[in-house]
Design a protein around this ligand. Structure first.
Ligand SMILES: C[S@@+](CC[C@H](N)C(=O)[O-])C[C@H]1O[C@@H](n2cnc3c(N)ncnc32)[C@H](O)[C@@H]1O
Length: 174
């Protein structure tokens, strides 16, 4: 399911997290983590306790190798979005993800996860996407209710990447 490389949206996600900073020592879920670079960044820079979640456990050896090279420990859970239940969500404060809504059939499960996360202890959600219609459709319902916002984000290094970030909660300025 495309967990075969480091996707450019994870670089957008890392840059955005660098820009806003994270609460130190938070429990972070990196959903659809693939090779896990964004979570590794959080562990290294904010001492986050990170769990990488993916439906495909073939990604985890790559995640572990990158974690080892970067001298951090990342826990893993093999499950689809639907498997992230209340008790898992309640043990975490931050949910991150990059490029995890690229098929029509991912819209509802991801939307359901975002809703459960908001209702079960997750204080902050940061999702990056290259700008796919499927992602917009997934998050629009929250934006309409002012339960999050979508912002454009661009990086120039290591190469130009343009995309969008869904963030919850909204900024104080709205
Ligand atoms: C395009 S890759 C992105 C990987 C990583 N986040 C990145 O940006 O490099 C999508 C990832 O989501 C995972 N995935 C796809 N559908 C999923 C689902 N329903 N639940 C959990 N993970 C899923 C895939 O196995 C894959 O690793």
């Amino acid at each position: 399911m495309h967990g075969n490389k480091i996707w450019s949206s994870s670089l957008l996600l890392i840059d955005y997290i660098k820009h806003i900073g994270l609460t130190p020592n938070a429990h972070v879920l990196d959903v659809g983590c693939g090779w896990g670079l964004a979570g590794i960044y959080c562990a290294q820079n904010f001492n986050s306790a990170v769990t990488g979640v993916d439906a495909d456990d073939n990604v985890f050896p790559y995640l572990r190798l990158h974690a080892e090279i970067n001298k951090v420990k990342i826990a893993t859970i093999k499950t689809k979005f639907n498997g992230l239940n209340r008790s898992i969500l309640n043990g975490h404060e931050i949910l991150i993800g990059s490029d995890i809504c690229f098929w029509e059939n991912m819209i509802k499960p991801l939307r359901g996860l975002i809703r459960r996360a908001m209702n079960n202890g997750i204080k902050q959600i940061i999702l990056a996407d290259p700008g796919r219609e499927t992602f917009d459709e997934c998050v629009n319902v929250f934006i309409k209710r002012e339960m999050g916002e979508l912002i454009d984000w661009t990086i120039k290094h290591p190469h130009k990447v343009q995309g969008r970030i869904f963030k919850y909660p909204m900024s104080a300025h709205g």
